[in-house]
Write a protein that binds this ligand. Structure first.
Ligand SMILES: C[S@@+](CC[C@H](N)C(=O)[O-])C[C@H]1O[C@@H](n2cnc3c(N)ncnc32)[C@H](O)[C@@H]1O
Length: 259
């Protein structure tokens, strides 16, 4: 079980549930890809990694949000499926698909909190789960589910907040001491009402991810650390600074018996 983050935030009003948070955020979610370097870099990195794979693969985006990644992958010839818990996000993802030719569009389905959907029963050659695990009560359960959905020889790309980052530590310290900053309007994205840290339940080290995934046979193929304020940008690729980490894992192919 991953370490749950300690929330020392003293808020007057309780935060909304994370599904309500994502429903509300859904209409502007795709805009973040135009405005935020973090979102752009993450998208570009997984697209670069994906470029090594052939077309016609069955690919799943778990927690697909407004469908930006699915749209970016649509012209490459994959059989794309996107699932999400938030009806608002799925509505946006359907909207995002409207500009994609019919035959290239992703199939989109809602899953519940128990990862159930009557439509997601097959296995996939590749699975993305970007910026999702940190919002769950039990991220290990989702990792186990994703592993069960992955074909032998398949890949799993995860993006999570990097617990080893000193900047993540500072961010959470500001969040936990919001009362000092709020009167001066400082760091509104960390101290304002219903900000994302109220919903972020976990951060992860690569070692922790490895200790979950390796016993299931998955092996780490590559990592990419990124995100830091402009002033510290030159340190962002260091595990001690990069606020997020993208990892790619591969599942072994089934060995043929000699007999
Ligand atoms: C931070 S957003 C990331 C969206 C998208 N992956 C991206 O990178 O733009 C997190 C997404 O995970 C979804 N989510 C949260 N819990 C989920 C769950 N248990 N099952 C499926 N999706 C979930 C949210 O609704 C939201 O769309």
């Amino acid at each position: 079980m991953m370490n749950q983050l300690q929330d020392k935030h003293v808020e007057v009003s309780a935060p909304t549930t994370s599904v309500a948070y994502f429903d509300t955020a859904s209409t502007a979610w795709s805009l973040r890809y135009q405005e935020s370097r973090h979102f752009q870099e993450r998208l570009q990195k997984v697209l670069n990694w994906m470029a090594a794979y052939p077309p016609f693969l069955d690919v799943l985006d778990y927690g697909c949000g407004s469908g930006v990644l699915l749209k970016a992958l649509s012209a490459a010839g994959y059989n794309l499926t996107g699932v999400d818990l938030s009806a608002g996000m799925l509505e946006e993802a359907h909207r995002c698909m409207e500009s994609v030719p019919q035959r290239e569009r992703a199939r989109l389905f809602r899953v519940n909190e128990h990862f159930e959907s009557p439509h997601v029963e097959q296995q996939y050659d590749g699975i993305f789960c970007l910026g999702v695990l940190e919002y769950l009560d039990d991220p290990t359960a989702l990792m186990a589910h994703l592993n069960s959905l992955l074909k032998p020889g398949g890949f799993l790309m995860l993006s999570v907040p990097n617990q080893s980052s000193v900047l993540r530590g500072m961010e959470r310290w500001i969040y936990n001491n919001a009362v000092w900053f709020r009167p001066f309007g400082l760091f509104p994205h960390l101290t304002g009402k219903d900000n994302y840290l109220q919903h972020q339940r976990h951060q992860f080290t690569v070692k922790e991810l490895s200790s979950q995934l390796e016993p299931w046979g998955l092996s780490l193929k590559r990592t990419h650390f990124h995100v830091a304020p402009a002033l510290l940008k030159s340190f962002e690729h260091s595990p001690a600074f990069g606020m997020s980490v993208i990892t790619e894992w591969v599942k072994p192919t089934v060995k043929k018996s000699a007999f």
